[in-house]
Design a protein around this ligand. Structure first.
Ligand code: UDP
Length: 240
């Protein structure tokens, strides 16, 4: 018998940079297709999946602010970037015949549905993958915070933070060969050590709602399914 998933409902956070692949900007459709195939695998295992997508491959508000522009407008641009990514990922999932819906924190009814908790729960109950676009809908936040927020709203058992590496390291493993990977950490330790995995607001919100964060590499084909069944290389952030 194939391994059974340990979770019924999860929240996957995929950064915009993950969708960009090795390009310097935008969306690599092959990478979006690959991530979609991992999500399809999770659905086939019966796991309900909500996905928060980032927008860093398109735009970040701080880039406007650092050049003297208005941060709020910059953040609006960043949030619109997440909608583009959400549509791209939805397209990749639908190519695999995975029933998928995009819900945006910013209303744009001609393009996608607007986010409400009830609507989300309905779609998840119908077996649809729900992609959350538009971050939290507010400037000065990130899509990491949106991931923690949506996870709490949908009662996700864990946040799966897909990153470029397979967990949280003591230092940047791409720069420091002596860096070691943590197997487990508490939310408090992540905050105290200032580990760059999710922003402080996101980790604090996850801690407040007792939601574990599982950090893994989003670039390993089949990695998501493996982690969902308790295997794979990862760091688990959870309070006992
Ligand atoms: N953003 C925002 N509010 C949110 C989420 C995102 O203003 O709730 C903007 C912000 O400018 C951010 C950009 O959207 O830099 C892209 O999101 P993020 O940086 O979280 O993307 P990621 O790093 O995951 O690709």
């Amino acid at each position: 018998m194939s391994p059974q998933p340990l979770y019924k409902r999860v929240l996957l956070k995929a950064s915009g940079e993950a969708l960009m692949g090795s390009q310097g900007f935008g969306i690599d459709v092959n990478v979006a297709d690959r991530i979609a195939s991992d999500i399809a695998e999770a659905r086939a295992m019966g796991v309900e999946v909500g996905v928060v997508v980032g927008g860093g491959n398109i735009f970040r508000g701080v880039a406007v602010a650092s050049k003297g522009g208005d941060r709020v407008t910059g953040d609006h641009m960043g949030m619109l970037g997440t909608v583009i990514n959400a549509l791209a990922l939805a397209t990749s999932l639908r190519k695999l015949n995975v029933d998928t819906v995009v819900l945006s924190a910013i209303s744009m009814p001609e393009i996608c549905e607007s986010f409400t908790q009830l609507r989300t729960l309905h779609h998840l109950g119908q077996g649809r993958v729900v992609i959350f676009a538009g971050g939290t809908g507010n400037p000065f936040f990130t899509t990491d915070s949106a991931a923690a927020l949506r996870a709490a709203e949908i009662g996700a058992e864990a946040i799966f933070k897909g990153t470029q590496v397979d967990g949280i390291y003591s230092a940047d493993p791409k720069k420091d060969p002596t860096a070691t990977r943590f197997e487990t950490l508490t939310h408090g330790e992540v905050l105290e050590k200032g580990l760059a995995v999710m922003d402080v607001a996101a980790v604090a919100l996850a801690r407040e709602n007792a939601i574990p964060i599982i950090v893994f590499s989003i670039h390993e084909k089949g990695g998501f399914a493996q982690i969902l069944t308790g295997g794979g290389r990862k760091t688990i952030v959870a309070d006992n």
